[in-house]
Design a protein around this ligand. Structure first.
Ligand SMILES: C[S@@+](CC[C@H](N)C(=O)[O-])C[C@H]1O[C@@H](n2cnc3c(N)ncnc32)[C@H](O)[C@@H]1O
Length: 341
């Protein structure tokens, strides 16, 4: 288990140093060696894969934000619609808690909850912990939050949330009840057994009596699902291919990005599968190693599991959570679940 240590707020990125730093950074960013080792291990498998957490360098995070604005990508606007419709009810459930967002990205959705929480004049000033692997993006998002919500204490925890986190070293969380927020259906990027394990880790972080508000994409027609992950503008493809550019820059590989394509297909077992596809016979140098690709060979970059409400309840229950409330949109595209221990 890794314990976060505080990096002085004055070490917050240069662009943020021009004004008084508001954000406390706890930096547990995985070292470059982990990136190298995990990617190499994935590329040595018979079904080559790259873990999706590596898709979010600065450009990847910016591309993801653009994807969220696309017509085909119904997930973001639908989840935000549910949050807006039920924000007051959610704020009542959350009460006077520390909000911890896993995979916080641009921290847009939390604003809906912060606005609803601020409607209670008796509530204490909110404390927000953003947890994300993309450090610069995380810092900038937390910094913008502190500008827009003057009473807010924002803590940026740069870490891989699939690893167990010991949060007791984080200053400022006090004894307050904790509520985790995990939007975006990022739970779907994990295999069901990994999702249970992840939720067990979240439960451990929330002890003794916290809660989890989690966004889960629902099963639906592949005519809606596939374009959401392979849009007409090609942003989803650019987002996935960007990991090759990142590896060339940070790991010294020599992928020729134009020699790879992209596809997203719905597997009726209940998941979207995203792949980079080798367009020709080619060999890529990875340190001492050579990785060979045949024409049409695929590298898996992401799964995105879709769950019916009851299927997700079973996963949550296996991790020790009970359902307090579930909200969906009128078209039954997306669900938000409030779970407690
Ligand atoms: C799909 S985006 C979702 C962003 C935002 N929560 C939303 O709902 O729009 C996933 C976010 O989780 C972060 N992320 C992905 N895998 C992660 C991991 N293993 N540990 C920490 N952050 C991760 C990415 O950097 C990215 O910001």
């Amino acid at each position: 288990m890794v314990s976060p240590s505080l990096v002085s707020p004055s070490l917050v990125s240069p662009s943020l140093n021009s004004r008084p730093a508001q954000v406390q950074l706890y930096d547990l960013h995985p070292p470059l060696d982990d990136f190298r080792a995990e990617v190499l291990q994935g590329l040595r498998q018979p079904q080559k894969m790259i873990p999706p957490k590596f898709l979010y360098d600065k450009r990847g995070a910016a591309l993801f934000d653009l994807i969220c604005t696309l017509e085909e990508y119904y997930l973001t606007r639908t989840e935000m619609g549910i949050l807006q419709t039920h924000a007051a009810e959610m704020a009542n459930l959350i009460g006077d808690s520390v909000l911890m967002e896993f995979g916080s990205g641009s921290s847009q959705k939390i604003r809906i909850l912060l606005d609803a929480l601020s409607a209670n004049p008796l509530a204490s000033d909110p404390v927000y912990v953003g947890i994300d692997i993309s450090k610069q993006h995380l810092l900038e998002a937390c910094d913008r939050l502190t500008q827009d919500y003057p009473g807010l204490t924002a803590i940026a925890l740069c870490a891989d949330y699939t690893q167990p986190l010991e949060l007791s070293a984080i200053e400022g969380m006090g004894d307050r009840h904790k509520v985790a927020f995990f939007p975006g259906s990022s739970i779907g990027n994990l295999e069901p057994a990994e999702a249970v394990q992840f939720l067990q880790q979240v439960a451990a972080a929330l002890q003794p009596e916290g809660a989890l508000l989690i966004g889960v994409d629902l099963k639906k027609s592949k005519t809606i699902l596939e374009p959401a992950y392979d849009d007409a503008l090609g942003l989803s493809a650019a987002f996935a291919l960007n990991v090759l550019t990142r590896m060339n820059r940070e790991l010294g590989t020599n992928f020729v990005v134009q020699n790879f394509g992209y596809e997203a297909i719905y597997n009726p077992m209940g998941r979207i599968e995203m792949y980079l596809i080798s367009l020709q016979d080619q060999t890529v140098h990875f340190g001492e190693e050579e990785i060979a690709f045949t024409p049409g060979e695929r590298i898996r970059t992401e799964y995105s599991y879709k769950y019916d409400v009851e299927e997700f309840w079973a996963i949550a229950a296996s991790a020790g959570f009970q359902t307090k409330q579930v909200w969906t949109d009128p078209n039954q595209l997306f669900s938000l679940h409030y779970l407690h221990l």
